[in-house]
Design a protein around this ligand. Structure first.
Ligand code: UDP
Length: 470
C-alpha cells in the first residue's frame, strides 16, 4: 500500500508556521509522507527539522509572489506595521493560488492541510480532487465565538463602548465589551478584512473539515458546540508540540533564532527557586507603545517578583530605550532578565523556576502555558486573543485578567502599572494563585495524556488518517 501523502501549507507568520511544522512532524511520525510548502523566510525552521531527523519534504514557493505590491524583503506577517501593508499582504496571499496549483498538479498529494488565510485552497484542491483541511491555529472556543460574532454582530446593539454584552447561545455566558471585538464593518481596510473573513468561513464549510490544535478535555463544551451546533467536521489533534518529544536543541530552535544564548537563560533560571519567576511575553506580532513598555517595567518592579521579560521592540528600533525607567536594569539585576527579540519560550516555560505567565493569549502561547501548568495573567491585544482570555479566566479558571479593553493591532497601550503588578501578584502569591496553579497542573497532566497512545488527540488523528486512507 502506498503511503498517504499530505501537503502542509502554513501562513507566513510564526504563530501559524510553528504549529504547522509540528503537525507535519506528528503526521510523519504516524507514517504519513508529509511535505511542507515553505516561503523563503521560513525555510530555515523546516530545514532544521529535517536535520534533526524528521523525514519531511519541502517545496519552496516565492514570496512576495510575482506582481505583488509588497516590497521585496517582506517575509512574514510580523513585518506589517500599517493597515495598508496588511492589505497588500492579504492580496499577496491571493496571488499564491496559481503557483500553488502548479505544485498540486505536479505532485498530486492525497490531502491538503492549508491555513485559514488561504480560502482559495479549497477550490484549488477540488480542481485536482484533493480533500482540503483547514488549520486556523486557534481554540475551539474562539472558533465558536468568532462564528457567533460574525453572524449575529452583537456589538451593534450596545449603546456605549463600556457596556458589556453576553454572547448568546454559547455554553457559558461570556461577556465582552464592544472595544474588545474586531469590528470589521467599518470602511476601508477593515472592510477588506471582513470580506476575507467571509471567504474564509465559506471555504471552511465547503472543505473536508477543520484540524484543531487543542485537546478534548480542555474545552469539551466548545469542541461539541463546534461540531454539533455549528456542524463542522473537526479533529482535535493537539497540543501538537507535546506529540513531538523533541530534544532541547529542537525546542530552542522553534520559530526564529533565539536572541539569548539558551545556556545563559537556563543557567539563570536554574539558579532560582521553583515557581519563583514570572515569564512575560506577547508573541510574535503584537507591539506596544514606548509608554506602555514603561508601564510594564514599572508594574513588574512594583510586583516585587522575579521575571523574564521578552521585549520585541529591540535596541535597533529604539537606540536610547527611553521606555526603560532610569536605573531599571541595575536595580533588577538579580531579579530579572530582559530578552530583546526572540526567546526560547518552550524551554523557559518548561523550567521549574517559572511560576506564572503574563501572556497576550495567542493560542500557541495559551496552550504552552496550559501545558506548563502555570497560572496566567491574560493580556489580550488583537486577533482572537480576547476570546482565548475568557477560556483561561472564566472557563478553566487558571488565570486572571489584567483588564485589557482595547482590540488594537499595532502600538497597543492603556494598561496601567498597578493593574500589571496586581495581576502578577495574584498568580504568584497567596491562596488564589495556589488554587489556579493546582487546576493548571491538572490540565497539564490531561494534555500529556491526550497525546499518548489511546489518548483523545491520538485517537482523533487515527480516525482521520483511517478515513483519508479509506
Ligand atoms: N515564541 C517564541 N519566542 C518568542 C515569542 C514567541 O518561541 O519570543 C513562540 C511561542 O512559543 C508560540 C509562538 O511563537 O509558539 C507565538 O504564537 P502565538 O499564537 O502565541 O502568538 P502570535 O505570535 O501568533 O501572536
Amino acid at each position: 500500500m502506498t503511503r498517504l501523502h499530505v501537503f502542509f501549507f502554513p501562513l507566513m507568520a510564526q504563530g501559524h508556521m510553528i504549529p504547522t511544522l509540528e503537525m507535519a512532524k506528528l503526521f510523519s511520525s504516524r507514517g504519513v509522507q508529509a511535505t511542507v510548502i515553505a516561503t523563503p523566510g521560513f525555510v530555515t525552521p523546516v530545514e532544521n527539522t529535517r536535520k534533526s531527523g524528521y523525514n519531511i519534504g519541502i517545496h519552496v514557493m516565492k514570496f512576495p509572489p510575482e506582481n505583488s505590491e509588497l516590497p521585496d524583503g517582506i517575509t512574514s506577517l510580523d513585518q506589517m506595521n500599517s493597515d495598508d501593508m496588511i492589505s497588500k499582504f492579504t492580496k499577496a496571499l491571493e496571488l499564491l493560488q496559481e503557483p500553488f496549483e502548479k505544485l498540486l498538479e505536479e505532485y498530486h498529494p492525497d490531502c491538503l492541510v492549508a491555513d485559514m488565510f488561504f480560502p482559495w485552497a479549497t477550490d484549488a484542491a477540488a480542481k485536482f480532487d484533493i480533500p482540503r483541511l483547514v488549520f486556523h491555529g486557534t481554540s475551539f472556543l474562539s472558533l465558536c465565538i468568532s462564528e457567533h460574532v460574525r453572524i449575529f454582530k452583537p456589538y451593534k446593539n450596545v449603546s456605549s463602548d463600556s457596556e458589556e454584552f453576553v454572547l448568546p447561545n454559547l455554553p457559558h455566558p461570556l461577556k465582552f465589551k464592544k472595544t474588545q471585538i474586531p469590528n470589521f464593518d467599518d470602511a476601508g481596510i477593515e472592510n477588506d478584512f471582513a470580506k476575507l473573513l467571509t471567504k474564509i468561513k465559506e471555504s471552511e464549510t465547503r472543505s473536508y473539515g477543520v484540524l484543531v490544535n487543542s485537546f478534548y478535555e480542555l474545552e469539551p463544551d466548545y469542541a461539541d458546540h463546534f461540531r454539533k451546533v455549528l456542524k463542522r467536521n473537526a479533529w482535535h489533534i493537539g497540543p501538537l508540540f507535546l506529540s513531538n518529544k523533541g530534544e532541547e536543541e529542537d525546542k530552542a530552535q522553534r520559530g526564529k533564532e533565539s536572541a539569548i544564548d539558551k545556556h545563559e537563560c537556563l543557567e539563570w533560571l536554574n539558579s532560582k527557586e521553583p515557581n519563583s519567576v514570572v515569564y512575560i511575553c506577547f508573541g510574535s506580532i503584537a507591539t506596544f507603545t514606548s509608554k506602555q513598555l514603561h508601564e510594564i517595567a514599572n508594574g513588574v518592579e512594583i510586583s516585587g517578583q522575579k521575571f523574564v521579560w521578552v521585549v520585541r521592540k529591540g535596541k535597533d528600533e529604539d537606540q536610547n530605550e527611553n521606555w526603560l525607567p532610569e536605573g531599571f536594569e541595575e536595580r533588577t539585576r538579580d531579579k530579572g532578565l530582559i530578552i530583546r527579540g526572540w526567546a526560547p519560550q518552550l524551554l523557559i516555560l518548561e523550567n521549574k523556576a517559572i511560576g506564572g505567565f503574563v501572556t497576550h493569549c495567542g493560542w500557541n502561547s495559551t496552550l504552552e502555558g496550559v501545558c506548563s501548568g502555570v497560572p496566567m495573567v491574560t493580556w489580550p491585544i488583537f486577533a482572537e486573543q480576547f476570546f482565548n482570555e475568557k477560556l483561561v479566566t472564566e472557563v478553566l479558571r487558571i488565570g486572571v485578567s489584567v483588564g485589557s479593553k482595547q482590540w488594537k493591532r499595532v502600538a497597543s497601550e492603556g494598561v496601567e502599572r498597578e493593574a500589571i503588578a496586581l495581576g502578577i501578584r495574584r498568580i504568584m502569591e497567596g491562596e488564589e494563585g495556589a488554587e489556579m496553579r493546582k487546576r493548571a497542573q491538572e490540565y497539564k497532566e490531561q494534555a500529556r495524556m491526550a497525546v499518548e497512545e489511546d489518548g483523545s488527540s491520538y485517537t482523533d488523528l487515527s480516525a482521520l488518517l483511517q478515513e483519508l486512507i479509506a
